[in-house]
Design a binder for this molecule. Structure first.
Ligand code: NAD
Ligand code: WQD
Length: 337
């Protein structure tokens, strides 16, 4: 059975990917510092998959500890590299922490991959590298840049990985996720932010009565209803893009970059309305000012992933918000429930 090292493996997207990896016949091995996650997510994945998963609480920047993981686990076939800090606003306040965690952590991982001869990697990138795209849906050859330190870590990581893969003869897949939302159909794993910076977890907490109302960040954008439009992707579809990427690595050469989205956009108000339908109650909201750094519309063209990865998003908006609500209502305090 192929062994896959999952960095940041206790996190939101990784926990769903662990399930898909096991379903596809891979053995995940998790490394996570737990800076933004709980070991409970790993326990729940183990229960859902009826399988024990090796877990190492380890910061990637701790090279000695990471070396012990590689030594103990023996041959690793591929790495899926999720571990990163991801809050855009926080990255503006604490750039050094973000550059250190996301870049130093990745460099330490790459050094260990080189030392142990691991040559296959899937990397979590983001639509944030497109900034404010000139045209939507955006394709992978659009120019990349960033407007905040978090975004720069993704731009830099793509470059570092591309250069390293070329020099070391590695095979790599960079997945640029659009807006991941929703949860596993069991409602046992999901997104559990300390503070919800993103729209869907915020709406979920309002629906659950944890927060009073949603503030819609502007209704004067050049979009059909004036609110921001994004390409939301169900986290289970996103998780399956990773197993498609692992299969792709087995038959490919070199590096590839793929957009992972649906190509279909929804506005903030459409999300709120869909969520009201899913939870059967009104979601109070007010229109507020635009948020710094926001853009009107971001949509990804997933054609390359559809064709070359053989992957396509299967779930629509209704399943995204219904699954988010199922997770939220079953776990009002997230993994502390
Ligand atoms: P998450 O915070 O739930 O998961 C990240 C995990 O990495 C956490 O479990 C955290 O404890 C761990 N981690 C962070 N730094 C670490 C370090 N130095 N060593 C070991 N573990 C560390 O976030 P997520 O939403 O699951 O995101 C996973 C990846 O996908 C990240 O790279 C993120 O930047 C990227 N991404 C996320 C989104 C999104 O909206 N959720 C969109 C695009 C890209
Ligand atoms: C979606 C829409 C907001 C919250 C972010 C990161 C990006 C990527 C995905 C990691 C926008 C509006 C939001 C709220 C609102 N992450 N909104 N009220 O900004 O598209 O992308 O997450 O890589 O890098 O920037 O996602 O969910 O924050 O916002 O009106 O309370 O909802 O203005 O139009 P975003 P989001």
């Amino acid at each position: 059975m192929k062994k896959i090292l999952i960095t940041g493996g206790a996190g939101y997207i990784a926990s769903h990917t662990n399930i898909e990896c096991i379903a596809s016949g891979y053995q995940p091995v998790i490394v996570d510092s737990l800076v933004n996650a709980s070991k409970e997510s790993v326990r729940r994945v183990e229960a859902l998959a009826s399988r024990a998963i090796p877990f190492y609480q380890c910061d990637l920047r701790d090279e000695a500890a990471l070396r012990r993981v590689f030594e103990q686990e023996g041959p690793i076939d591929a790495v899926i590299h999720f571990a990163a800090l991801k809050a855009v606003g926080e990255s503006v306040q604490e750039p050094l922490r973000y550059y250190d965690n996301n870049l130093t952590g990745s460099l330490s991982l790459f050094a260990m991959m080189k030392a142990f001869g691991v040559k296959n990697i899937v990397f979590s990138s983001s639509a944030t590298v497109y900034g404010d795209p000139e045209k939507v849906p955006v394709t992978e050859d659009a120019p990349v840049s960033a407007t905040n330190p978090y975004g720069w870590t993704k731009v830099m990581m793509e470059q570092i990985l591309t250069d390293t893969a070329r020099a070391e003869g590695w095979k790599s897949v960079i997945l640029r996720y659009f807006n991941p939302v929703g949860a596993h159909p069991s409602g046992d794993i999901g997104e559990d932010p300390a503070y919800p910076n993103n729209l869907v977890p915020f709406v979920s907490q309002v629906a659950a009565g944890i927060r009073e109302k949603v503030v819609v960040f502007g209704d004067d954008w050049p979009t059909p209803d004036g609110t921001g439009v994004r390409d939301y992707i169900h986290v289970v579809d996103l998780a399956r893009a990773h197993t498609a990427a692992l299969r792709y690595l087995e038959g490919s050469e070199g590096n590839a970059i793929f957009n992972i989205g649906t190509g279909r956009g929804y506005s903030v108000l459409e999300i709120i309305k869909a969520f009201e339908k899913a939870c059967g109650k009104p979601i109070p909201y007010v229109i507020g000012p635009r948020r710094d750094g926001d853009v009107a519309e971001v949509l990804g063209d997933p054609s390359r992933a559809n064709k070359e990865l053989g992957w396509k998003a299967e779930y629509g908006l209704e399943e995204m918000v219904a699954s988010a609500w199922n997770w939220q209502s079953k776990n009002p305090k997230g993994y502390r429930s």
